[in-house]
Design a protein around this ligand. Structure first.
Ligand SMILES: C[S@@+](CC[C@H](N)C(=O)[O-])C[C@H]1O[C@@H](n2cnc3c(N)ncnc32)[C@H](O)[C@@H]1O
Length: 595
């Protein structure tokens, strides 16, 4: 291969300190890069840690160089969608002719387009009209089949990004504006699917899961790949296991139990001199420059937002007075602020009512829970209390907890049913007795599933979350000694559970967006828990990790006749209705190679 970076592109050396999930000094190649070697050589390797990657990428962009997206990032996922619409022949030709970064559009050019499909990130993808048809235009808030006008504002590799100007011919089979419940729809970057029926949203999310496994898992090859690069080649959908329908959220609006609106500090001239005299003497009104809310679609600037219909009513009620307070005191802020608003059971009221069995209310399944008052917690260190079914969870306002309470009982029930399918239930000697909850946070899975196991171990990087997981076990009367939580890297859990019987152990994995690392996957494959349930907020890194587990265990089964992991089921869960985001749950179990 030609080692020299091409003009206009950059190359960053892999960092050997990284704990990449992809093997030693991997070179992650996109499907098309397999044949476009010169570009592959210029990929910023996936071994580069995120911070270095961003720093190197910034440096390179300052020099006017082109930077290929970080593997598995939102931009990488978009690139795969762009490339699969254009097809390999067009991409290869563009590389040979050195035109893959040369947009046929001018910046600010307005163009009429027909939307081809939606990307996995929810944007519309349109093939540019002839004679510029070997190029894709990415436009938010439009739907397949629609004729639109869009204004181009950025170029990338074989695609340009544009603002939606107008929908000239809507797709009335999909679009129904009467469904839209937010006055900021079309401007706020938060929710792009409000014009769709909920069933359509769930179908689209299933397609995202299908595409992620097709593009990023490489798990369904017929032969064993010799390098990780080979894992990243499109596989035909027919060779994948069926991907089930996305499980919907019981609440489709008013579900978000956490929002983080933000605002910038006053412009420098006001910071030095204080507010203009009028602002000090007259009734305080919101200065023109002050925007408190969320980002504009396609931009980094904040737009002013007074309420958010996907947030719970309690958060919306608290947000108005918070905004007023900020407006009143804005000149005392020296830096921008990201607020946190979390919906919580009123801890003081709940404490007294928990001791009063008469203060109870009926739930849908005719059981009773204490009457509870919901409040908004806006202090990062204050305790938030939340109920999942009949269990209570507490955690600090600034730490991780799932943001859609309405879907947590279906989600935890689903994970439990996956671990105890009816076939296994018939044979008590095969039932899992031990549970490992890796990336356990405040103990959501470990504690909700605790009645079904003899012994449970959880691990989590955040010391705060671990303190609360331990406290939550006590809060829910989990017998002393049944649940052990420790702070540390997820991979450390395997040394701590060496006494657990792997055949009777279930492992739940719920990592952050970047997925698992190589050390974790190696140890998982050595430990060999009978059942693995992988819950993920990033189906693309999940596909990569699951692909790796399946292929490596298949290889070992071929070598030594051991059982191998089989992907028994895979489906999306909708934790964020009205948005393009999908959570994904994969269930893997050890099977005899002949099964
Ligand atoms: C998506 S959250 C899941 C938490 C929990 N399972 C839940 O549902 O509430 C991922 C968690 O992994 C933790 N984490 C991140 N990197 C980790 C690592 N290397 N080892 C262990 N935990 C990690 C984060 O602090 C976060 O709490």
């Amino acid at each position: 291969m030609d080692d020299a970076p091409r003009t206009g592109q950059t190359r960053v050396k892999p960092d050997s300190r990284s704990s990449s999930p992809i093997g030693k000094k991997p070179r992650l190649e996109t499907p098309l890069d397999t044949t476009t070697r010169r570009i592959t050589e210029n990929l910023i390797a996936s071994t580069t840690p995120k911070k270095s990657f961003k720093k190197e990428a910034r440096k390179a962009r300052r020099k006017g160089l082109h930077v290929l997206p970080e593997p598995f990032s939102t931009e990488d996922v978009l690139w795969r969608d762009v490339a699969s619409i254009l097809g390999q022949a067009i991409v290869d030709r563009a590389v040979d002719e050195d035109i893959e970064w040369k947009s046929p559009f001018a910046l600010k050019e307005e163009v009429e387009l027909t939307v081809h499909s939606l990307s996995s990130n929810g944007e519309g993808l349109a093939i540019a009209p002839a004679p510029r048809h070997n190029w894709i235009v990415v436009v938010p808030l439009c739907l397949p089949g629609e004729r639109i006008r869009a204004r181009v504002y950025r170029h990338s590799r074989l695609h340009s990004v544009a603002d939606l100007v107008s929908v000239e011919e809507p797709n009335n089979d999909l679009r129904d504006s009467s469904r839209i419940k937010c006055k900021y729809f079309g401007q706020c970057a938060g929710c792009q699917y409000q014009m769709l029926s909920y069933d359509t949203q769930l179908d689209l999310k299933r397609t995202v899961v299908v595409k992620a496994y097709r593009n990023f898992s490489g798990a369904f090859f017929t032969s064993y790949p010799t390098s990780f690069a080979q894992l990243n080649v499109d596989v035909p959908e027919s060779s994948m296991p069926p991907i089930l329908g996305t499980v919907g959220s019981p609440l489709q609006y008013g579900y978000r139990t956490k929002i983080t609106p933000h605002f910038d500090a006053p412009p420098k001239k006001f910071q030095k001199a204080g507010p203009p005299t009028t602002a000090r003497t007259e009734k305080i009104t919101q200065p023109e420059w002050l925007k408190i809310g969320f980002n504009h679609v396609g931009k980094r600037d904040v737009m002013d937002i007074e309420d958010c219909p996907i947030a719970t009513p309690v958060l919306n009620k608290a947000y108005g007075p918070m905004r007023e307070d900020i407006i009143k005191n804005i000149y005392s802020y020296k830096k921008g602020v990201s607020l946190v608003l979390r919906d919580s059971i009123d801890v003081s009221a709940a404490n007294s009512e928990r001791t009063n069995p008469l203060a109870a209310t009926e739930t849908e399944d005719n059981t009773s829970v204490p009457c509870e008052k919901q409040v908004c917690v806006s202090d990062h260190r204050a305790i938030v209390r939340e109920r999942v079914g009949h269990m209570l969870f507490e955690y600090p306002g600034g730490s991780f907890f799932q943001n859609n309470n309405s879907v947590l009982v279906p989600l935890t029930d689903y994970v439990r049913n996956a671990i105890f399918p009816s076939a296994t239930a018939a044979s008590p000697s095969e039932r899992p007795t031990h549970l490992v909850d890796a990336y356990c946070g405040a103990g959501l899975f470990a504690i909700t599933l605790s009645p079904y196991f003899d012994t449970i171990a959880g691990i989590e990087l955040s010391l705060d979350s671990i303190k609360f997981a331990t406290r939550n076990a006590r809060l829910n009367d989990v017998p002393e000694g049944k649940c052990t939580f420790r702070a540390g890297d997820a991979a450390d859990i395997f040394a701590a559970v060496s006494e657990f019987p792997p055949d009777h152990t279930a492992l739940i994995i719920d990592p952050p967006r970047k997925g698992c690392d190589e050390n974790f996957i190696n140890q998982l494959l050595t430990f060999r828990a009978n059942t693995v349930v992988y819950v993920s907020c990033n189906v693309h890194t999940q596909a990569r990790d699951v692909g790796m587990i399946l292929k490596r265990s298949e290889h070992e089964a071929d070598q030594n006749g051991l059982k191998k992991y089989v992907l028994e089921s895979l489906r999306g869960f909708d934790l964020f209705p009205q948005t393009a985001h999908v959570e994904s749950v994969a269930v893997l179990r050890l099977h005899q190679p002949s099964d």
